[in-house]
Design a protein around this ligand. Structure first.
Ligand SMILES: [Fe+2]
Length: 276
């Protein structure tokens, strides 16, 4: 068993302009050298991520949320879709929503819009002997307006992991990290609230989910709790930390998961699966 996939997060078409117009964020000028004008600065970044994927030919690409800044902005949606469609047809692409896609406090309307556009927001799939679980963590973060969604997620997670318990490995994807330093850390904007984090931790422990790949922070982070690794991946789009815009390459070989984040100009020319 040996393959690799690419995790991307937060292409978030429209964030540069939003950060400049709403917050006068100085990093926008720092990174772009000028104010955002016509078009989206994210176009070039997301297209690089797709071009690199086409060159490296991974088993699949997963994007862990914040696809666009504003789900009601049709230009952002169309630009995201236009670039996504340049991914080679043979490479499966798995998408998940972030808080920008379905709301800080998700609503039935925005979840419905997301599903109409992109398909299921909670799902699983298998590649070779590895099981992958994708979750809508925006709903887990705040299910106040959509309580039935969280109830359904809990049932789905338990049933799905039970059915996958004979898999060699189980890996989860979601936008929000479960935690950033320790599994019992305080609630806050950057991690899932403890109340619902605990449910996920119990399920992940019970079924030996060993790694969760997330985004949301627009910078890289790694944390662990026992066997569980929580990996936070910086942004394809606007970076908020020291890491450049980029993507993460994840190798799985004989039960060993290794991964590395690359800025777009640091990505190797090709991946030789036999040498990984
Ligand atoms: Fe984001």
């Amino acid at each position: 068993m040996s393959f690799f996939f690419i995790q991307m997060s937060d292409p978030q078409i429209g964030l540069f302009a939003h950060a400049y117009k709403k917050y006068k964020n100085p990093r926008v000028i720092e990174l772009l050298g000028k104010p955002p004008g016509d078009g989206f600065p994210e176009t070039h970044l997301y297209q690089q991520a797709i071009d690199i994927s086409n060159r490296l030919n991974p088993a699949f690409v997963v994007i862990t949320g914040d696809l666009i800044q504003d789900p009601l902005n049709l230009d952002q949606y169309q630009e995201f879709t236009r670039i996504s469609e340049t991914l080679n047809e043979e490479i499966p692409m798995y998408l998940l929503p972030g808080n920008c896609d379905v709301g800080e406090q998700p609503t039935h309307n925005l979840i419905g819009l997301y599903r109409d556009r992109f398909g299921a927001d909670n799902y699983s799939f298998d590649h070779q002997d590895v099981h992958f679980l994708g979750l809508n963590s925006a709903t887990i973060f705040d299910p106040l307006l959509v309580p039935n969604e969280w109830e359904n997620q809990k049932k789905f997670i338990s049933m799905d992991l039970e059915s996958a318990k004979n898999s060699k490995e189980i890996i989860a994807f979601m936008h929000h990290p479960l935690f950033g330093s320790s599994s019992d850390e305080e609630d806050g904007h950057f991690v899932l609230p403890r109340e619902r984090r605990l449910f996920l931790l119990e399920q992940f422990e019970k079924y030996s989910v060993n790694t969760v790949f997330s985004g949301h922070w627009h910078r890289n982070n790694e944390a662990s709790d026992g066997r569980l690794q929580v990996i936070t991946t910086s942004a394809v789009g606007f970076p908020l930390g020291d890491d450049p815009s980029g993507l993460r390459i994840v190798h799985i070989k004989d039960g060993v998961i290794s991964h590395k984040y690359f800025g777009f100009d640091q990505v190797p020319e090709r991946i030789d699966i036999e040498k990984i």
